[in-house]
Design a protein around this ligand. Structure first.
Ligand code: FMN
Length: 138
């Protein structure tokens, strides 16, 4: 059976709520980014990664960006789902992140990452569960 993990960073809990729903949908293990190294993450066949828009339309720079940079070279052929919460922007951070992951050769779920504005509502959480199910399927 292939191994699946959901790994996220969240400052105020919005991306955390998304991560829990993705993990439920996938039947996957859930980690904050501080709980797992990039090397350990690379040992999973399927990954869902969650990070909100931070800075000026970038990934969180203290923990998540260094983690993703370290993982990026090991994503080739891995099934990957990206998700995160945002505030006032238009999702540019996710478009840039998705493009990076595609460039790294990951097999991405969907045509774009799943983004939700601020606190996820019930429909948003259902979308997160569906993303998890898609990641775990096949
Ligand atoms: C320091 C900081 C920078 C942010 N930068 C952006 C941004 O560039 N674009 C955006 O849409 N939202 C931005 N936000 C809003 C967050 O993405 C939004 O509140 C999100 O729901 C936070 O998710 P979290 O609860 O998982 O931390 C920023 C928030 C903070 C605190």
């Amino acid at each position: 059976m292939s191994k699946t993990a959901v790994i996220y960073w969240s400052g105020t809990g919005n991306t955390e709520a998304m991560a829990k729903a993705v993990a439920e949908g996938a039947g996957a293990r859930l980690f904050t980014v501080s709980e797992i190294s990039a090397g350990e993450a690379a040992g999973y066949d399927r990954l869902a990664l969650g990070c909100p828009a931070m800075g000026a339309e970038v990934l969180e720079e203290g923990e998540f960006e260094p983690f993703f940079t370290a993982l990026e070279g090991r994503l080739s052929g891995k099934k990957l789902a990206l998700f995160g919460s945002y505030g006032w922007g238009d999702g540019q951070w996710m478009r840039d992140w998705y493009e990076r992951a595609e460039g790294a050769g990951a097999d991405l779920c969907g045509d774009e990452g799943l983004i939700l504005n601020e606190t996820p509502d019930a429909a948003g959480l259902e979308a997160c569960k569906a993303l998890g199910a898609e990641l775990a399927a096949g």
